[in-house]
Design a protein around this ligand. Structure first.
Ligand code: SAM
Length: 211
């Protein structure tokens, strides 16, 4: 994701009705925010938010929260959000490290990780969103039968995740190294990065993990 400081981004986010301000104050009470007790699905590292907004449109009976740590990127999602009539999706500008302070134990039913930054250097492995450190965070906020769904075109990150997720005590329920030509393609919604990389001919990898 190309990052540029965009003037006014912080102000637009602070004033947006689509952004949850001070999200930790909703811990354990996100159902009140949505006005219903529907399942809650989140995307960590949402980027411009195409994927989650499409899902929200397709599944009005599910509540969605998109998490993005950079204001300049979140602003792009907000611009798109304004053109959509949706009542089941909000955004947060937070770092994924904070998720266990924001969501209560078991408050989330599904976590999507899409085209997460690969952090190729070994010394940065802890920053990968599929690292044991982050899987521990997800373990706290995810329902007992909840799932983590991860897509990437990065073969190294995918191989590493296939090994490190079970080491963190999780089970790989299903995976493919060519999502668009596999049984797992049913109902697939493409992200911005997925459209870009699959147009370049890169196969898309996907795994689903649970405990
Ligand atoms: N998911 C989108 C897609 O597939 O098109 C965007 C992918 S982009 C490569 C990764 C995004 O994750 C970036 O927007 C980045 O700012 C965000 N991100 C990375 N680490 C994060 C973290 N620790 N907390 C929140 N967002 C994060």
């Amino acid at each position: 994701m190309r990052l540029r400081h965009i003037r006014g981004a912080e102000e637009a986010i602070a004033e947006s009705p689509y952004v949850i301000q001070e999200p930790e104050t909703y811990r354990g009470r996100f159902a009140e925010l949505f006005g219903n007790g529907n399942p809650l699905h989140i995307e960590v590292g949402m980027g411009k938010g195409r994927f989650l907004m499409e899902l929200a449109k397709e599944n009005p009976e599910i509540n969605y929260i998109g998490i993005e740590r950079y204001s300049s990127v979140l602003l792009r999602a907000l611009q798109k959000r304004e053109d959509m009539e949706l009542s089941n999706i909000y955004f947060m500008r937070v770092d994924a490290k904070e998720l266990a302070d924001i969501f209560a134990l078991g408050e989330v039913e599904r976590i999507y990780l899409n085209f997460s930054d690969p952090w190729p250097k070994d010394r940065h492995a802890k920053r990968r969103l599929t690292s044991p450190e982050f899987m521990r965070v997800y373990d706290r906020i995810l329902l007992q039968n909840g799932t983590v769904e991860f897509k990437t075109d990065n073969q190294e990150l995918f191989d590493w995740s296939l090994a490190s997720i079970p080491e963190a005590g999780w089970r790989i329920d299903a995976y493919t190294r060519d999502l668009h030509h596999s049984e797992m393609a049913a109902g697939n919604v493409m992200t911005e990065y997925e459209m870009k990389f699959s147009a370049m001919g890169n196969p898309i990898c996907k795994l689903v993990a649970s405990r």
